[in-house]
Design a protein around this ligand. Sequence first.
Ligand code: MRU
Length: 345
Amino acid sequence: MTIRTIFWEDNTVVMIDQKALPQEERYLACRHYEEVVAAIKDLTIRGAPAIGVAAAMGIALGMLTVSSSSHENLKSAFHEICTQFSRTRPTARNLFWAIERMKKLFEDTLSSSPARVVEALTEEAIRMCEEDIAINKRMGMQGKTLFRDGDNVLTHCNAGALATAGYGTALGVIRAACEEGKKIHVYVDETRPVLQGARLTAWELMKENIPATLITDNMAGFLMKQGRIHKVIVGADRIAANGDAANKIGTYSLAVLAKEHNIPFYVAAPFSTIDMSIRQGDEIPIEERNAEEVTTFRDVRVAPEGIAVYNPAFDVTPHRYITAIITEAGIALPPYMETIRPLQG
Ligand code: MRU
């Protein structure tokens, strides 16, 4: 079964509507780049690598309307579109990585005709989508060696096919271990406040016939104490040069708990998530989202009107809690400041 998260079809960007899952499996076809901007902001598409691909396709989509313009118009439209995408979600490194890659291609092809420039941008966005799937499969090949037959694995948020162009990062590693015949059982954190675990990871694992059990976020420590969890694996939105990793809020607490219980804690992420310009985690911008995500539960109000709310979407796990970082080129072990760069080549 292949989950199609995002694809380019007949000059539209098509994406599975992740807000509608798991109740409804429907696709949104974006004809204007502003719709892609809105889809990233409102979590119709989410997960760092998927956001990167959506932005690249969105930029290409926006440029279609100016493909018959002068080079000057092309340039100003391109920069305006890129600026709008760069303002969508501040934490996901892949977003900025994708925009930078599109900018480089734009500069490199600018001497061609405007129509050719736009065609090249579209080709690049489609290539990024295909590459992301291939990268995740390579990451799976690397990471599966860390898992044993019979492992019970805890994951948080959704770092699966839905969070990427396909196959997934953390869930990709689990998938690869299962494809090899290992019996893995996954505990899925529901992941408040937006429930990416309950709605998306649970849905994906069931579709793939990977045994899974859903728990609420506050149960993880108890399960670890009971010896039910052998390993933890999560994705990342941005990793600093020293290995500190930003991921969905709640990841840090899991990492601290895992250390207390001597449970390996793995982060799986492609190089497009690693930000070598940031030395350590406290330099990573953390997105704050709206209060309604916390005060309501799928549109039903659960908190009193007027209560103050703080809603950071991500936290940063210090590198000392991370047993290994799984990338497409190999597994980095501490000290990450020394081991990530050589893998990157
Ligand atoms: O707010 P979200 O749903 O975009 O957050 C996603 C996560 O935190 C994922 O774990 C991360 O992007 C890695 S996805 C391969």
